[in-house]
Design a protein around this ligand. Sequence first.
Ligand code: GLA
Length: 394
Amino acid sequence: VGNVAERTRGLLAAFSERTGSAPEGVWAGPGRINLIGEHTDYNDGFVLPLAIDRQVLAAAAVRTDGLARCWSTEDAYADAPAEVALDDVSPQDPPQGWAAYPLGVAWALRQAGVGVPGFDLVVDSDVPGGAGVSSSAALESAVALALVDLVGAQLSRPDLAVAGRRAENEIVGAPTGVMDQMAALCSREGHALFLDCRSLHFEQVPLDLDAAGLALLVLDTRTTHSHATGEYGERRRACEQAAQVLGVPALRDATPEQVDAARDELGDVVHRRARHVVTENERVLAAVDLLRAGDLRGVGSLLDASHRSMRDDFEISSPELDTAVEAAQAAGAVGARMTGGGFAGSAIALVGVDEVEAVTGAVGKAFADAGFGAPYLFPVTPAESASRVPIVQA
Ligand code: GLA
């Protein structure tokens, strides 16, 4: 973790070392946390994420020979780039490894009619990977913005988000929704992003931590997940099945009362999956109302309720996530819940600034007592979405 100016200098040097010339620019894409609204995005529902002050930085230059070469400043990738002819990238023969994200974005942009001729790319990240803070959308958003800027294409931010989602769905093979890419591309500093995932209509909702005397902590359990594996897709299918039984286009269109009335037809498991989604949509709307009324503390009990719903109804928590959430709550957090796709990764806690130390200590102790590896706790602030990084010559 370093400041952006310093990391950018390092990245410029890394780009020159690897390619023998300077990049045409550097672009930043942030990670995100989701304040509330989990597994609602692919049900056409509501989410309330925010970009965080951790970014992927991408240095890039156009190539005219149809090749894409991708490097990361992480040691394992320092020498040989992932190198492919862009014409060879397709869902039938997808690239493997982390380069599937940037190559997938290039593929999706070409599908959208953007003439990406080829590129050299070097990325540097301080977004923890696999931790539930969407290092993937951070990378996709930085690359998407870089590529359209490099070729001078005019695409809206939501169009870039949709390209990122297609990369993830069709090239990486993870059946995710559009929340993470929208958060990385449409968030504003000091705000959470209230997004309707059906229309992609969004509004900025003020999230003033300082005024409320609160901090937002990420509790990274240091256990990792992949959404390309079965459980995420299985949850998604249960939701689609529920919508079909209820006779609605998506669970967005169902109320908790309708879901409960159909308990027998749905069966216990699908009923609980659907109940999570429809109650979660209501919690998002309630959270937006509270934030607009300036009552950030009031959101705390919604976070707690969201976690219970994910733990008991959607069943996507884990012993580590439950331990982090419960320890934070017991130590005085205003509210806490797992964030992101689930099964592993991170929780978030809304904590009074004077309670940060106690909560940090309590989560560490609970992990040690349970025999888990040490968690990684860090505060985040609502940050700006992806942007071009100004390069100041030394
Ligand atoms: C992952 C996916 C998102 C969303 C969340 C769950 O982060 O990428 O699209 O479905 O899980 O809310």
